[in-house]
Design a protein around this ligand. Structure first.
Ligand SMILES: Nc1nc2c(ncn2[C@@H]2O[C@H](COP(=O)(O)OP(=O)(O)O)[C@@H](O)[C@H]2O)c(=O)[nH]1
Ligand SMILES: [Mg+2]
Length: 690
């Protein structure tokens, strides 16, 4: 593939609600630009973008794919993202390394949840954008309504630069308000605007000129003098108001029917920024903060935004250059992991293909195989010019599963495989939950986890089964209690003897405290560590329900020892047993994690949401409304939220969202605690029978 200099590159995220036509549009743009000889189909699994087995199987995008489209000597790196909210991490990573966004809205449905979420992220990343009302050829396409749904939502003004030429089956092309010409089909040839569109086009053109004139003082003067602007000035002014994010130009298309593509490509080239137009990254270097320029001669700064591990293909590391340039066979420094990595040949990715290149220039996106240590979000730089590029914030996990290996072999590789999967994906993580000793995999939703598990099974041959995780309860006490135990084994041979009297009381400032109150040498203080060891082991296992104990002070105040038979192990046992007795006497309770939950749903679903929250022991903290949405904040026990992603989806038809963070712990209500304790007792007795 040809090399492109910084100002000949456009890094553009395609974002939208799922099935607005992103993948199909990428496919036709590539084809219109001459990059492919035929247009693939979603239904056949033949698009350049959705090449992964799982994507083909499901018929939706799951990962961000880079599709470089070469048109008029410019390389447009289209980043085709998944629209389904479970895979929002992919969208965030793509926006992190892009300079602009082309946002699609389905002309039949108008604005949807996925539109709003991605629009907000584009705001967060301060990305200039274009809005495309897509699928204009569909049966129920309604341009005006779709546009209005976005106008009502967007904080940035929208300005049409095209009008649809027909609608639904009669959608045949685009009326371009910049050149004031009509373009049929893919838009490569111009003709006069049909008479019936003249008036509407003139009016819309007037508005466009006014918007563009805002872009720059001299244009405003020209406009005030002449009453209009020529096409070149119009484009210049427009680009300036797009980059300042004062306006979002609106286009129309039917990617599936290849209508409007050439004009969209032109708009991307003319109105969206090249890296050279961008302010440059602010980084933490050795000498403090520094601002990088997208320049080949600057210090090397690469941000790793995507990695894929595949046992056959090996590891692929996708990076974007923020400063400097990359050639094959170079050494780079991973400033996050503090290791050197060696680049072999560097490639330009295009769907599943990679094309070798000699040099990659500042601002561009490329991929390098077989790096050992580098994972997603790392920075690669010069060892002599150490710097770290900022990592965006990803949403907290909303959905967890407990993962159990099927066989001994699975058991020995489970942690390696999970680590590799999580390294690739910033919204996927795993840990061993100490309170339950379960292996927990967490992510954004059931689909997200499902895809990760399929990957573990098919790519890494890891067999697992999944369960809803146990809630990480803890056990604690609410009053003082005391207990004593004599451990005595004095039948034949060497005997064992130890007697411990102790008192427990609740504390809040730490998990465990131990005091020695034995007077007169009834027990030598040298046994204190053994007693403590026995107690700590029990605290880990739990006393009443099998969950770890926290918040107790133990005071050992008396006991007995034997001159010959007393030994550490005897006191360990006596300490443990005395502790259990005292603990049970001290009115034990279970504590559960309470989450701070924030739910955003369309107003008309508010009643259903509150009704459902009522059944989940929720305490509603506040209600608010914003742009047709209701926002509920509530404290809800984790135990009641474990499958909320699914519930919310079915209650709102996929139009709701929520976030959830650990807030505090609370005592589990007695009737529920009793059930948990009884279940534990049953489990223990069953284990004994085995
Ligand atoms: N009628 C019509 N259908 C389209 C168009 N673009 C995509 N589709 C269909 O809509 C579905 C979703 O398209 P896809 O590109 O996968 O959407 P994505 O989820 O945004 O990537 C597929 O069945 C496409 O064939 C279009 O312009 N017109
Ligand atoms: Mg797609």
């Amino acid at each position: 593939m040809k090399e492109y200099a910084t100002d000949s590159i456009r890094n553009v995220v395609l974002a939208a609600h799922s099935s607005a036509g992103k993948t199909m549009l990428a496919e036709t743009l590539l084809h219109t630009a001459g990059g492919t000889t035929r247009v693939g189909k979603i239904a056949d699994g033949t698009t350049v973008s959705d090449f992964d087995d799982e994507e083909i199987r499901r018929g939706i995008s799951l990962y961000t794919t880079v599709i470089p489209v070469e048109y008029k000597n410019i390389k447009i790196n289209l980043l085709d993202t998944p629209g389904y909210t479970d895979f929002i991490g992919e969208v965030i990573s793509a926006m992190r390394v892009a300079d602009s966004v082309v946002m699609l809205v389905d002309a039949t449905s108008g604005r949807e949840v996925g539109t709003e979420i991605t629009w907000k992220y584009a705001d967060t990343f301060k990305l200039p954008r274009l809005l495309v009302i897509n699928k204009m050829d569909r049966d129920n396409a309604a341009y005006a309504k779709a546009l209005a749904s976005m106008e009502e939502y967007s904080d940035t003004r929208l300005i049409p630069i095209q009008l649809p030429w027909g609608e639904k089956l009669a959608f045949k092309g685009v009326i371009d308000l910049i050149t004031m010409k009509a373009y049929k089909g893919d838009g490569k040839t111009a003709e006069e605007i049909p008479a019936e569109y003249k008036e509407a086009a003139e009016e819309a053109h007037g508005k466009l000129v006014e918007a563009a004139a805002e872009g720059d003082e001299t244009l405003l003067e020209k406009y005030l003098e002449a009453g209009t602007l020529d096409a070149a000035d119009l484009v210049r002014g427009l680009k300036s108001v797009v980059l300042s994010r004062d306006y979002v130009p609106v286009l129309v298309a039917a990617g599936g029917a290849s209508i409007g593509d050439a004009l969209l490509l032109d708009a991307i080239i003319d109105l969206l920024p090249s890296p050279a137009d961008m302010p440059g990254a602010v980084v933490q270097g050795k000498a403090g903060e520094e601002t990088l320029k997208f320049s080949d001669s600057g210090p090397l700064a690469l941000y790793v935004w995507k990695t894929t591990a595949d046992p056959f293909v090996g590891k692929q590391t996708f990076f974007r250059i923020y400063s400097g340039m990359v050639t094959g066979d170079m050494r780079v420094w991973n400033s996050v992991k503090n290791v050197e990595e060696r680049f072999g040949t560097v490639y330009i990715p295009r769907g599943k293909e990679s094309m070798p290149v000699k040099t990659v220039h500042s601002g561009d996106i490329a991929v390098v195989p077989k790096l050992g240590e580098t994972s997603t979000s790392n920075t690669l730089c010069d060892k002599a010019h150490n710097l770290v590029l900022p990592v965006p914030e990803y949403p907290r996990a909303l959905y967890q599963v407990a993962v159990f290996p099927k066989t001994q072999a699975d058991s020995s590789k489970i942690s390696t495989v999970l680590s590799r999967l999580c390294e690739e994906d910033m919204t996927l993580s795993w840990h061993m939950e100490p309170a339950t000793t379960q292996t927990i995999l967490q992510g954004m939703g059931d689909q997200h986890i499902d895809v990760a598990i399929r990957r573990a099974e098919t790519k890494f041959q890891l067999g697992v089964h999944l369960e809803i995780p146990k809630v990480p309860y803890t056990e604690s006490i609410t009053k003082q209690g005391s207990g004593m135990h004599r451990h005595k084994k004095q039948t034949g041979g060497a005997g064992q003897f130890g007697e411990v009297h102790l008192r427990v009381e609740p504390i809040t400032d730490k998990d465990f405290d131990f005091v020695w109150e034995v007077v007169g040498g009834a027990v030598s203080q040298s046994y204190a560590t053994s007693i403590q060891k026995g107690i700590l082991a029990t605290m880990k296992e739990g006393v009443v329900a099998g969950y770890p104990v926290s918040g107790v002070r133990v005071a050992v105040f008396d006991g007995k020892e034997h001159p010959v038979d007393s030994k550490p192990i005897a006191f360990e046992v006596a300490g443990r047993e005395a502790f259990k007795i005292a603990f049970k006497e001290a009115n034990p309770v279970l504590n559960e994690p309470i989450m701070l939950v924030r739910i955003v749903v369309p107003e008309d679903h508010m009643g259903d949401i509150l009704g459902d929250l009522n059944t989940r022991r929720a305490r509603v903290m506040g209600m608010d409304s914003e742009k047709g949405y209701s926002i509920v904040t509530a404290h809800v026990p984790l135990a009641e939220m474990q499958r909320y992603t699914t519930t919310l989806r079915s209650l709102t038809g996929g139009r709701g969202m929520f976030t959830m963070d650990f807030d505090h712990t609370e005592v589990v209500p007695a009737h529920i605690a009793n059930e948990i304790i009884a279940a534990r007792a049953k489990e223990v007795s069953e284990k004994k029978e085995e």
